[in-house]
Structures are given as C-alpha cells and as structure tokens.
Design a protein around this ligand. Structure first.
Ligand code: NAD
Ligand code: MLT
Length: 316
C-alpha cells in the first residue's frame, strides 16, 4: 500500500502508517506534480492547504481513502470522492480544545492590543495610553455555531462573567439551556446585541459571507469579531471596509479565504487586512499545539489504516 502525505502531519502518526505501508511525505509538491503522481497512491492524507477537488480525485485511480488530518473537510470534494467509492475520513474530535483556546487567546489579544503593544515596545516605545483596551466582563458575546468548538468557547467565556448568546438553528433549545447560552434566532438580532462575536461555523454555501456589509451596518461601533473557523464566513471585503471606516472596533482572524501551503517554494502571504491596525491575526494556528497535533496524527493514521484494511470507519 502506498500513502501520499503532501502536508505536515505529526511523526507519531507517520510511524504507525510506516509499519503497514510505504509512506511518501512530499511537502514540496506543486499542484501539477500532485496531479501527475496521485495515480500511484492508495491513500492521500492532507491538512487544509491541499485542494482535493474533482480533478485530483479523478486522477487518483488507485485511491481508496482520503484522510483529512483535522476537522474541516471543505477543501475536499466529498461528493466526487464518494461517487468514485473513495472513503473520506477526518479527525473531528482531536483539535477542538486547541481551536477553542486559540479563539479565546485571539479575543484577549484583540481586546488588550497585545500584538500591537508588543511591536511598539520592541521598537523601544513606551506607549501606555495608546493601547488602552476593553474588558470582557459583563459584556455580551455571541457564539455563532455551538458545535464541538463553539460550545467549549461558550463555557470558557461564561467563566469570564460574560453574557453569552448563541446562533445555531440546528441544535435544540435544551442544548442551549444546558450550556446556559441564550438562543437567538436571527443574525440581525445577533448583530444588534453583540459586543463581541466569535465564529465557529463550518464552511458551507449557507455560512459563507454570513457576516457581510449588511450585517456590519447593523452592528454596534464597539463590536469586536473573532474568526477562528474558516476564511470567508466573515466576508473579507466587508470586514476590511468596516474596520477601515471604524464602523466596528476590531477583528481577530486565524483563517483566510485563500491560504498558501506552508513551505511551498517562494510562497509568501499578502492580504489587504494585514494593512490595518485594528486587527490581530495568526496564520491558521488554531490546531497548532503539541497536544492537538499528537492527537490528530494518531487519529488520522488509525482512520486511514482502518479504511485501507477494510475495517469499520466513521466516514465523513
Ligand atoms: P461542528 O460541526 O462541531 O459545529 C458547527 C456548528 O455549526 C454545529 O452545531 C452546526 O449546527 C452549526 N451550523 C452549521 N451550519 C450553520 C448555519 N448555517 N447557521 C448556524 N449554525 C450552523 O464544528 P467544529 O468542530 O466545532 O468546527 C467549527 C469550525 O472550526 C469549522 O469551520 C472547522 O473547520 C473550524 N476549525 C478551525 C480550526 C483552526 O485551526 N482555526 C481548527 C479546528 C476547526
Ligand atoms: C481543522 O479543520 O482541523 C483546522 O483547520 C486545523 C488544521 O487543519 O490544522
């Protein structure tokens, strides 16, 4: 059996795979090279940077399984894979805590201008009044999507003494009640009430651009928004305009609509949002912890081997 790994996954997972298969870790592959070589592999394991679209899937004539080392499968055409009898597996329970903690870290960094103050102090300036922040305590925070990560974030924000409201039409009232989160049925109401918004939705046709110009126009001027889910759920152009015009107070972003592949030759990153001062950002680090990557590495190795060996798997 041959397994192709074009993105970095943890060594513990690779070791398990290597006991049963030939594993090629090829982090430098271009899209063209990937298209050319995919026919040689039984399994492909990716993170979020590799676009596993219908074209790549159709070239993978020997593929039996596509493994997503992480949660979101929005970079994989699951329908195209299913049509060709290729199983898609992911590791949805392995990095939730890290993503939840990173969302809180971004929120706090945003509220207290930590990256900006750090840069200023590094430059030898002592600017205390410039970096006056805001508290979380007693403010209203809206959690969009109360699934695995959103619910962890909600419980942690309650510990800060926040009034937590939530938008997720797909979960029952009882779940809101058990989390102590007030259920809000419309995004419009969320925009009018929230001092903070934190986004934990999957990337779907329904959620892309769910917060856009119309929504920002309804928001409080003090709104600060965090997106540690997927780029584009908060429309990037609308966010840029709202931040630039100081229509809202700030944003913290871990994810972008178009992200480069780490380590790809010559690839850098530029984006209009990076020019602004009232925003903090990280390069898709939500799951980048020792613990999450160890969990993800083990889980994806086991899932892929199970699929290759014909054992029961929980497919996407
Ligand atoms: P999940 O599936 O457990 O939860 C998503 C929730 O969103 C569900 O409760 C669902 O009912 C709700 N939802 C779906 N469509 C909705 C809609 N149109 N309106 C309102 N609610 C809707 O997902 P999760 O594991 O909590 O992941 C959340 C997001 O975080 C995903 O986008 C995932 O890809 C992303 N993620 C990012 C990182 C990172 O590194 N930044 C790490 C892990 C996950
Ligand atoms: C995920 O969906 O799990 C995240 O995007 C994190 C990752 O891919 O590392």
């Amino acid at each position: 059996m041959r397994i192709l790994v074009p993105e970095k996954i943890e060594e513990n997972g690779l070791e398990i795979l290597k006991q049963k298969a030939d594993v090629d870790v090829r982090l430098d592959l271009t899209r063209e090279q990937l298209l050319e070589c995919i026919d040689q592999y039984d399994a492909l394991i990716v993170r979020s940077a590799t676009k596993v679209d219908a074209e790549l899937i159709s070239r993978g004539i020997n593929l039996k399984v596509i493994g997503r080392a992480g949660t979101g499968v929005d970079n994989i055409d699951v329908d195209a894979a299913t049509e060709r009898g290729i199983i898609v597996v992911n590791t949805p329970d392995s990095n939730n805590m890290s993503a939840a903690e990173h969302s809180i870290a971004l929120l706090l960094a945003l509220c207290r201008n930590i990256p900006q103050a750090y840069m200023s102090l590094k430059a030898g300036k002592w600017e205390r009044s410039k970096f006056k922040g805001v508290e979380l305590y007693d403010k209203t925070v809206a959690v969009l999507g109360l699934g695995r990560i959103g619910s962890l974030v909600a419980s942690r924000l309650k510990a800060f003494g926040m009034n937590v409201i939530g938008y997720d039409p797909y979960i029952p009232q009882e779940r809101f009640d058990s989390m102590g989160v007030e259920k809000v049925d419309s995004i419009n109401e969320i925009m009018q009430r929230a001092d903070f918004i934190t986004v934990h939705l999957p990337k779907t046709n329904e959620t892309m651009g769910i917060i856009s110009k119309k929504e920002f126009d309804m928001a409080k001027k003090e709104l600060r928004i965090v997106n540690c889910a997927r780029g584009g759920i908060v429309d990037e152009n609308a966010l840029y305009e709202a931040l630039k015009a100081k229509r809202i107070a700030g944003a913290a972003i871990d994810v972008f609509t178009n992200e480069p592949k780490e380590g790809a030759a010559g690839e850098g990153f530029s984006h209009p949002l990076l020019e602004l001062d009232n925003i903090v950002f990280t390069p898709h680090l939500g799951a980048s912890t020792v613990e999450a990557q160890r969990n993800v590495g083990l889980a994806i190795a086991q899932q892929v081997l199970n699929a290759l060996e014909g054992n029961v798997v929980e497919a996407v």
